[in-house]
Design a protein around this ligand. Structure first.
Ligand SMILES: [Fe+2]
Length: 367
């Protein structure tokens, strides 16, 4: 009887690495405890400790069926296996050079090896909110699954994003809805779901490459990374700066807090630098398919330090970098497109490692 082969993107698509890698020691949040109000204070303390210390944590029992997650990987697989490059290129965002990101972004946008000029092999397909603010066409491989994608995204918002925001608000001693009020699904913001393919490089190239995706911080509130069998994501320890691997675990989410929450809390919440490096040798023979969700505040939210938090006041986190330097505090929309425009047009590789993209803020690449 024929044995079904694991499909691209499934968790068993490639065996777990046998290499003894320097794993990051990150806490795990059990989100099933959120349903009990009596557990929320404890859970909020665990979360704030994680994002104050590491900026990264794992989440288990987040209430989304594993089959629904697997289906999303299958939709991503269909896109990358069935849509030819010539058709994918029709979906490059028209405002790409202004920082637009919804739709398809081809590989080869940055130089990952300045010595040889070797470029990245990272392809991205982003789908924005389904709240009516964003009109976007899709190739059939995506369009025929769009209803299911919307259901999935709305489930993520309700079951994961809103509980996490509520817990952060509790920990900051704010009204519980303080942060969810600036992350409402029906209000315009640049949240999106992403199917991301990191194409494999030849082993000879991997030996020379510091990273497949260079070190950076994410610009929004939370980034959710669904189970990923290929070890490749590394985070820079906020205290020591040492690179550590995020551990692949089935049924788990890896979540990081991002720039917007860092700015809103004057740095109390960390937006930690991370990158994607060549996988260990025993996983270098496969492409890597990622499923991510990016949560961001409404476009019109001003990224000023929250002055209503007794915790932030007590701990002395009262001014973010814009306030401290006397420069204008950007809105989320200004912040998003300033960072992303540089990613699309200014940053071409490690030689272009830093540039002032807003008055008082220089965007960087971390190697
Ligand atoms: Fe990232």
């Amino acid at each position: 009887m024929p044995v079904a082969l694991p499909t691209f993107g499934s968790f068993d698509f490639v065996a777990q690495t046998k290499e003894n890698l320097p794993w990051a020691d990150l806490p795990t949040l059990d989100l099933s405890l959120y349903s009990s109000p009596s557990n929320r204070t404890q859970l909020a303390q665990e979360l704030i400790s994680a994002i104050h210390t590491h900026g990264f944590f794992y989440v288990k029992n987040f209430g989304v069926a594993p089959e629904a997650v697997d289906r999303q990987f299958d939709i991503g697989r269909q896109f990358y296996e069935q849509v030819p490059l010539s058709e994918k290129m029709l979906y490059v965002p028209p405002n790409f050079t202004e920082g637009g990101f919804n739709g398809y972004m081809p590989a080869g946008r940055i130089v990952v090896d300045p010595n040889t000029g070797l470029r990245d092999k990272v392809e991205v397909y982003n789908i924005p909110k389904f709240n009516g603010d964003f009109a976007q066409d899709h190739p059939d491989a995506v369009a025929r699954n769009l209803v299911e994608i919307e259901v999935f995204v709305r489930e993520i918002q309700k079951k994961i994003v809103e509980p996490l925001l509520t817990l952060v608000a509790i920990a900051l001693e704010l009204p519980e809805d303080y942060l969810t009020n600036m992350h409402q699904y029906e209000v315009k913001s640049e949240d999106h779901i992403r199917y991301m393919k990191c194409g494999k490089h030849p082993m000879e190239d991997n030996k020379r490459l510091a990273a497949w995706v260079p070190g950076h911080t994410d610009l929004g509130s939370f980034t959710l990374l669904f189970r990923q069998p290929v070890a490749g994501l590394q985070i820079a320890d906020p205290t020591t700066g040492e690179w550590r691997y995020v551990r692949p675990q089935n049924g788990m989410l890896t979540v990081n807090t991002c720039d917007a929450l860092q700015l809103l809390t004057a740095g109390y919440v960390k937006s930690t630098v991370h990158r994607v490096v060549p996988p260990p040798v025993d996983q270098q023979q496969v492409d890597r398919l990622g499923l991510l969700y990016f949560s961001r505040p409404h476009n019109d939210v001003k990224l000023a330090t929250i002055q209503d938090s007794p915790l932030l006041k007590r701990e002395g986190y009262i001014e973010n970098l814009f306030e401290a330097s006397g420069n204008p505090v950007p809105t989320m929309e200004e912040w998003t497109f300033a960072k992303q425009k540089w990613q699309r047009t200014g940053y071409l590789g490690p030689k272009e490692a830093s540039k002032e993209v807003l008055p008082g803020f220089s965007e960087k690449v971390y190697t």
